[in-house]
Design a protein around this ligand. Structure first.
Ligand code: 13P
Length: 243
């Protein structure tokens, strides 16, 4: 099944597919191990910073090799991409989707670039995510904020309005820290993709600091604990994205 097939299935059956960002091998393996255990397809997100850190070619090659071992359906999405060159490269190298973020641009330029991305991606069968008509996946702005914020209150009336006005796949960014009840309701009302990054980064840092307190210096003895912490966090999230 393609990513589009899964997103359509999620629309029909009311569940959400998780996007989890990574920039290290133990994060990648933790995410894939969780997806395998939960029997969930999964989207791997890489922001421009994460992509530059690992390298585009390296990411695609790594994911190709790792996904054979984990036997899950895995898709790559370039997250919050602003640079058209990186977007084109990601498409050429085999990403399944790209998220164009033109929020820093004046409106006219934003529209012009969005059109370029859509044109380039569609010719190559790649999905486009963004906050513009013409995007396959529409990023909603309903009170969700990136990072950990205690008092996030999603605006469900606005979500209903958006749902009425578009058939695009609805994406919730800033998934970290949003209560399970609100996640459930958002899925009921049509969200089919949820992005999580900050909570995974926190799990990564906390578990790494804890592991480093021991006298152990072998990375291959320290990092499996970090991988396990990532896996547990992703499993918890995937559970809440299911029906
Ligand atoms: P969080 O960091 O709040 O989980 O958001 C991630 C995200 O939306 C990536 O696009």
């Amino acid at each position: 099944m393609t990513l589009k097939d899964y997103l359509k299935k999620a629309q029909r059956q009311k569940f959400a597919i998780g996007q989890f960002n990574f920039s290290t091998l133990e994060q990648l393996r933790g995410i894939l191990a969780a997806a395998q255990k939960m029997k969930s397809p999964v989207i791997l997100g890489t922001s421009e910073g994460e992509t530059k850190h690992l390298g585009l070619k390296q990411i695609v090659a790594l994911v190709e090799i790792e996904k054979m071992k984990y036997k899950v359906d895995v898709f790559l999405n370039l997250d919050h991409a602003k640079d058209l060159d990186i977007i084109k490269k990601a498409i050429d190298f085999g990403y399944s989707a790209v998220h164009f973020d033109g929020s820093h641009l004046p409106l006219e330029k934003n529209i012009k670039y969005a059109k370029k991305v859509v044109e380039y991606a569609y010719k190559r069968g790649v999905l486009v995510e963004g906050t513009f008509p013409g995007a396959d996946s529409f990023t909603v702005d309903i009170g969700n904020i990136h990072g950990m914020h205690r008092d996030v209150k999603l605006n469900f009336e606005k979500l209903k309005e958006i749902r009425k006005n578009t058939n695009a796949f609805l994406v919730l960014h800033g998934g970290s820290g949003i209560s399970k009840d609100q996640i459930k309701k958002a899925i009921e009302l049509g969200i089919v993709k949820i992005n999580i990054n900050t909570e995974l980064r926190l799990a990564w840092k906390r578990s790494l600091l804890k592991s480093l307190k021991s006298q152990e210096i072998k990375p291959y003895k320290v990092l499996p604990q970090v991988q396990k912490a990532i896996q547990e966090k992703v499993e918890e999230k995937l559970k809440s994205f299911k029906k």
